[in-house]
Design a protein around this ligand. Structure first.
Ligand code: KG4
Ligand code: ZN
Length: 337
C-alpha cells in the first residue's frame, strides 16, 4: 500500500507512548508509564516524569517495532506531541523525534496533544464525520471542541475554568482514601453506591456557556466528608463516590449535547482518560440516543495517553498534504488548539 508508515511519540505527561500506524490501521502501540513513581506524591512530578521518558524512550520504540514486525528504516514519517503538556516531558519526546527524523531522513510532524486524542478514534471507528463535536476529559484537560477536520481545523468551544475532570476524580479519591490515580477507583467503588444519595453541586450547569468548573464540587465533597467525620458519623464511601461521579458526568454530558445542539452537529466523540468512566459512557449513550446524536468512544487503551493517537494524527497530516514541521520546532507546554 502507498500510505506511509508513521511512528508517533507521546511524552506530554507520565506515559511514554509509541505508536505505529499505516493510514488508520494500528500496527503497534507500546507504553511505559511512570505512574507508580508519582503515586506517593498524589500527582505527577514533572522532573520524575522527564527522567522516566528519557530512560523509556529507546526500549519503548524497540518494543513497538517488534510488535509491528518492522525495522526502524521502514518508518516513513515521525509524529510527536509538541504540546500542550509538561515542558520537560514534552522536550524529551520532541528531542527524540528530531533525532529519528534527522537520522532516518524522514519528515517530522509536531502535533497537538488534544487533536491527537480526537484523531485516535479513527483507528477503531473509521474516518471521523466532518464536522463532529469532541469532548476531551482527562487529568490535564477538559475541553469541548468543534472539529470540522482534525488535520486542518479544530475550534475550541469551551474548557474547564479550574480543575480538569480527571483532576477532580483524583482529588476526591484522595479525600475518600483511595489510591492515585483515583478515577478508576471511584468508578469501581461507585458501583456499590447510589448516584442520588447526596446532592452535590453541578458547577456551571446552567450558565449557558460550554465551559466547565469542578473545583467547587471537589470542595463540596471534602466539606461534606469532613463534617461527617467531625460528627463521628461513619461515611458510606460508595454513596459519596457515586454521587460525586454523577455530578461530574451529568454536567459533562449536558454540555456535550448542548454543544451538538448549538452547532447542529449529530456526531459526538468522547476521549481522554475519563472517557473510560463507565457511568459517563452509559449516561452519554442515554442522552445521545434521546437527542438523535451518534456517540463514538474509543476503547479505554486508546482514551488514555498513548503513542497511537500521535501517529494517527501524523498520518492524517501527511494525507492532507500538510507541510512537515521544521527541525527546530519547539516543545510548547501551552500549545493552543
Ligand atoms: O488521558 P489520561 O491518561 O492522562 C492525562 O491526564 O492526559 O487521563 C488520566 C485521568 C486521571 O485523572 C484518571 O483518574 C482518569 O483519567 N481516569 C478516570 C477513569 N480512568 C482514568 N476517571 C474516571 N473514571 C475512570 N474509569
Ligand atoms: Zn491526554
Amino acid at each position: 500500500r502507498d500510505e506511509p508508515l508513521v511512528l508517533g511519540i507521546e511524552t506530554s505527561c507520565d506515559e511514554t507512548g509509541i505508536g505505529i500506524v499505516r493510514g488508520h490501521t494500528l500496527l503497534a502501540n507500546t507504553i511505559a508509564s511512570s505512574v507508580e513513581q508519582h503515586a506517593r506524591f498524589g500527582g505527577v512530578v514533572p522532573e520524575v516524569a522527564s527522567r522516566a521518558h528519557l530512560e523509556a524512550m529507546t526500549p519503548t520504540i524497540e518494543r513497538a517495532l517488534d510488535q509491528a514486525g518492522l525495522r526502524l528504516t521502514d518508518i516513513d514519517a515521525i509524529a510527536v506531541t509538541a504540546g500542550p503538556g509538561l515542558a520537560g516531558a514534552l522536550l524529551v519526546g520532541v528531542a527524540a523525534a528530531k533525532a529519528y527524523s534527522l537520522g532516518l531522513g524522514v519528515p517530522l510532524y509536531g502535533v497537538n496533544h488534544l487533536a491527537a486524542h480526537v484523531a485516535v478514534d479513527q483507528l477503531e471507528h473509521g474516518a471521523l464525520p466532518k464536522p463532529c463535536i469532541a469532548m476531551l476529559v482527562s487529568g490535564g484537560h477538559s475541553s469541548l471542541l468543534l472539529v470540522p477536520d482534525v488535520a486542518k481545523e479544530v475550534i475550541p468551544l469551551g474548557s474547564t475554568v479550574d480543575d480538569a475532570a480527571g483532576e477532580a476524580f483524583d482529588k476526591v479519591a484522595r479525600v475518600l482514601g483511595l489510591p492515585f490515580p483515583g478515577g478508576p477507583h471511584i468508578d469501581r467503588v461507585a458501583g456499590g453506591g447510589s448516584g442520588t444519595a447526596i446532592a452535590f453541586p453541578r458547577g456551571k450547569h446552567d450558565d449557558g456557556t460550554l465551559d466547565f468548573s469542578f473545583s467547587g464540587l471537589k470542595t463540596a465533597v471534602a466539606r461534606w466528608v469532613e463534617a461527617r467525620e467531625r460528627a463521628g458519623e461513619t461515611i458510606h464511601v460508595p454513596d459519596v463516590a457515586a454521587s460525586f461521579q454523577e455530578a461530574v458526568v451529568d454536567v459533562l454530558t449536558h454540555k456535550a449535547l448542548l454543544a451538538c445542539r448549538e452547532h447542529g452537529v449529530r456526531d459526538l466523540l468522547i476521549g481522554g482518560g475519563v472517557a473510560a468512566n463507565s457511568r459517563l459512557r452509559a449516561l452519554a449513550q442515554e442522552r445521545c440516543d434521546a437527542a438523535g446524536v451518534r456517540l463514538r468512544v474509543p476503547r479505554p487503551g486508546l482514551c488514555t495517553d498513548n503513542g497511537a493517537m500521535v501517529a494517527t494524527l501524523g498520518s492524517d497530516l501527511v494525507a492532507a498534504g500538510i507541510s512537515p514541521s521544521p527541525l527546530d520546532i519547539p516543545a510548547d507546554s501551552s500549545l493552543p488548539i
